[in-house]
Design a protein around this ligand. Structure first.
Ligand code: PLP
Length: 393
């Protein structure tokens, strides 16, 4: 009889169960909205990245349907063979104008954009200087490139400087940070890092996944927020969060984007977006340009909810964005908090190791522009009840 070579995995899963860290997926039974039905239960939804409510915006839905009627459901090829449709080029041009850069290339996801870009750009002779809390897709891109990886403590510009001082001047260097950190909601120190990049001749890269559609004028991102136009060589953004659809993009110089057309492996070896996705994203750019009041509403809701959590006495870390963590200590406590909130009708996902450090487990909340005050107050009341049950406040 054949011995199951994967039997060791059941032991691993049992181990997760013992630690209270085993998760089954929550199933969304409705549209992704401010209040949704997960696992058959109607809840206030504080777990999506749907910052502006664009997943269900009528203009985006119409654009997708029209594109399917006009162009079908699939692109049929990778970009470099037959899968570059006019609508893909139109989206890239719109994004480049929006980001005020020479050019943009769109990838299948933000993950593919980061991993594909970093791995294309660097070789084993180069070095990456990377914030300790940078996103997994950046880390994977660094590993794929085989470049040396030097990690500086979170947001510590002085420590990054010390690392740079010890590196040979001739070595090619990529200095990289998240614009907004996805688990803590704080902002990368762009002004300090741009100064360093200029002093030490580094390529400067920012991953603005959680800043796209949220920070800067009309949601142009952290480079706009800090007035750093022209000082960041590579900006990555996502089309999967505030933009409501799916995809990632890289904004930079025409030469850099041309280089990625030739060397970025997800671009060369994985099929391009269905035309409906490109059409949806063009409509999302329209909305950012024409309805910036949605972004204002997001920030009003953010201020209201953060103030509410703070006045209840929760530890909410150092967030400066609509992402607000509620710190719970060890992993099982965060999962318990999340489960109890869910029973009270509030979905805020528990996040534990390896996504965050072992003693920094939390539930992560993200408000959107489409939450009503009543929904947010309902969530605050649930946090108050469950937080005192668990001794967190
Ligand atoms: C979500 C995220 C990504 C990945 O974006 P997708 O479009 O979901 O693949 C990349 N970087 C950061 C910082 C993120 O938060």
């Amino acid at each position: 009889m054949r011995v199951d070579p994967l039997a060791f995995l059941s032991t691993e899963l049992d181990h997760l169960r013992d630690q209270g860290l085993y998760r089954s997926l929550r199933i969304l039974d409705s549209r992704q909205e401010a209040s949704s039905t997960f696992d058959g239960k109607a809840v206030v939804n504080l777990s999506s990245n749907n910052y502006l409510g664009l997943t269900t915006h009528p203009k985006l839905v119409e654009a997708a349907i029209q594109a399917i009627r006009d162009f079908g459901v699939g692109s049929g090829s990778v970009r470099t063979i037959a899968g570059t449709m006019a609508i893909h080029m139109e989206l890239e041009q719109r994004l480049a104008a929006f980001k005020k850069t020479e050019a943009v290339v769109v990838f299948q996801s933000g993950f593919a954009a980061n991993a594909g870009t970093v791995s294309a750009l660097l070789t084993k002779d180069d070095v990456v200087i990377s914030d300790a809390l940078n996103h997994a897709s950046i880390i994977d891109g660094c590993r794929l490139s085989r470049a040396g990886i030097k990690v500086f403590p979170h947001k510590d510009v002085a420590a990054a400087r010390t690392i740079l001082q010890d590196l040979p001047t001739s070595q090619r260097k990529l200095l990289i940070t998240d614009g907004v950190f996805s688990m803590d909601g704080d902002i990368g120190p762009l002004p300090g890092l741009c100064d360093l990049a200029e002093e030490f001749g580094c390529i400067m890269m920012v991953d603005d996944a959680h800043a796209s559609g949220v920070f800067g004028a009309n949601g142009r991102g952290t480079v706009d927020h800090f007035g750093m136009h022209g000082r960041v060589d590579i900006q990555v953004g996502t089309l999967s969060k505030a933009m409501g659809a799916l995809g990632g993009y890289v904004a930079g110089s025409r030469d850099f984007i041309d280089f990625l057309y030739h060397r970025a492996r997800p671009f060369l070896f994985s099929t391009s977006h269905p035309p409906s996705v490109a059409a949806t994203c063009i409509a999302a750019v329209d909305v950012l340009e024409q309805e910036p009041e949605i972004i204002e509403r997001l920030w009003e809701n953010t201020r209201f909810f953060k103030a509410g959590l703070a006045s209840l006495g929760f530890d909410t870390g150092l967030s400066e964005s609509p992402i607000t963590p509620v710190m719970a200590g060890e992993g099982s406590r965060a999962m318990d908090l999340s489960d109890r909130l869910f029973k009270e009708g509030v979905f805020a996902q528990g996040i534990a190791f390896p996504t965050v450090a072992k003693d920094k487990a939390r539930v992560r909340t993200i408000v959107t522009a489409t939450h009503t005050n009543d929904e947010l107050q309902y969530a605050l009341d649930a946090f108050k009840k469950v937080g005192s049950e668990l001794g967190l406040i």
